[in-house]
Ligand binder design. Sequence first.
Ligand SMILES: [Zn+2]
Length: 258
Amino acid sequence: MTSALLCTTRKEVEAWAVEHDLADTVDYTSIDPRLAGVINAVVFESIRDFPKIRPLLKYLGCVRGHARRRRELVGRSRAELAASSGPLRRSSPKFRPIRFAIAWVSTNDPFLTGLCLASNAWRSVGPYWDRSLFCQDTVPVGSLTKAWEIGYHECAHLIDQVYGISRQLLPMRLAAETPKASMRTEISAYAGKNRLEFVAECWAEFKTRAFPRRYARTVADFILAHAERPADASDRYSTTTDVPIATVTPSQMVPQPA
Ligand SMILES: [Zn+2]
């Protein structure tokens, strides 16, 4: 199998995603192929380990493609949609290749669930279908290391949606009892936003750091214990070693700020 990371063009990353059945619809228009390659790799691994998230991935790609596909499904014109929702009335940001991105998953959009990437410019536009958003993350990718984190973070929302991780006692308690200041020093400031982000940030740290910290290990252990996975994925993530060996690539091994 060719690595998702070896794709160098939009055509290749889209073909890779389709070939590996990552989503029903894939559209990486305007996304940097290296970023898309990382997202492909993370989504592939996440589906392999948590196959029940696949039905939520009806769409994978750029936000414009999502809007386009959604309009097709909704069967209404852009003008009609604009009339019914505020943000669409604002002019769209200028087209620019997306290297610095925000990402989100929408898991309760009645028309099109999935994982979207957008340029920072979309931050000012806000969620264009706001009420359907499960989660909107405004974390700039900025580097491919960050892209791995974002990929795992978003996939954690999908896992959470399927298995209800953040609604269970241990993660709820941890999220509720940890002061924001500790969130900042022990996980990330963003983890303090709510328990959904807490779970997602912990999972992303667990998957991308050579030595994930205490909260990340605790929540990841909980996820691994409570989410069904295929038998052959059983002990790859054992936290006894603290190293998710199979997922750490050399570029991820750079020292992280404490
Ligand atoms: Zn999030």
